[in-house]
Design a protein around this ligand. Sequence first.
Ligand code: WAQ
Ligand code: MG
Length: 268
Amino acid sequence: MPRIKYYSIRMQSVRTGEHVSGAEGIYEKDDVKKIVQQYTTRALTHEKGRADEIRLTVEELKEKVHRISTLPLSTINTRDPESAKRAATRILSSVGITERAIEEAFKALTVGITMRGAILMDIEGVRLEPDLLRGVRVTRMGITKKASADLSRKLTRHSLNNDTVKEALILASKVHKYRMVLGELCISDDPNYTTGYIATRAHGYIRLPRIKKRGISYGGRVFFITGGEVKELIKYLQKEPVLINEIKPCSGRLKIKDILNSRKPRVS
Ligand code: WAQ
Ligand code: MG
């Protein structure tokens, strides 16, 4: 049998010259038409504003597609931005990221600048991304239909089955496969989406509700990285196609001490 051809489909919606939203995935040929239509609809109805320009890229993947599993998912019941920051600090510092770096990361995500991509920060808080305005954009990731159905089923038990959670988990799962990445902090730039997350390979993807106040239209992502070739990391993040084909457990609310004590995937 010939190898299945995969396509990377990416969408960016723009309004008066500014980035509004994006979406992407890896799909089989038969689904390309349907997905292009879905992405277009999304750009035209986004709550941050209807696009006046929609950029669509459909590209056949020549490279081998790596298959990986998701990070396990859980939620800490943080009550406000301060408690979310405290929880983030405890977990991220437990894998060797300095408090100074975590402080710098929160500062960078709350000054009000919106970058399209992520900040790369070393564990001392020094920024390493070559383009400080744009950041590094992670692309070429997706999920198989079977894994997507399994993820939906697991998320539904916690009333979390939506595109925002799914896409963020897929992105984080690609990012944390790469050993140089120690941790991540993410705050949505959507003014109505106040849940953020942190991620590490050891603890998984941990949702932090109320990490920001409603109405704030900026956010961002920071990847904390340790020793190695930054160029190679950027190449992996931007270019290597990764497809999720296995879903790790998705739990409900956990206590921070349970997360810190158990470094094994938890039962769903
Ligand atoms: N690569 C790198 N950085 C990105 C990418 C990407 N593909 N997409 C977005 N970012 C950066 C960019 O700076 C955005 O401003 C910021 O992240 C936030 O992006 O489980 O919706 O798409 O409930 O607004 C977290 C879900 C949702 C938590 C995150 O991010 C949960 C979200 P957004
Ligand atoms: Mg957004």
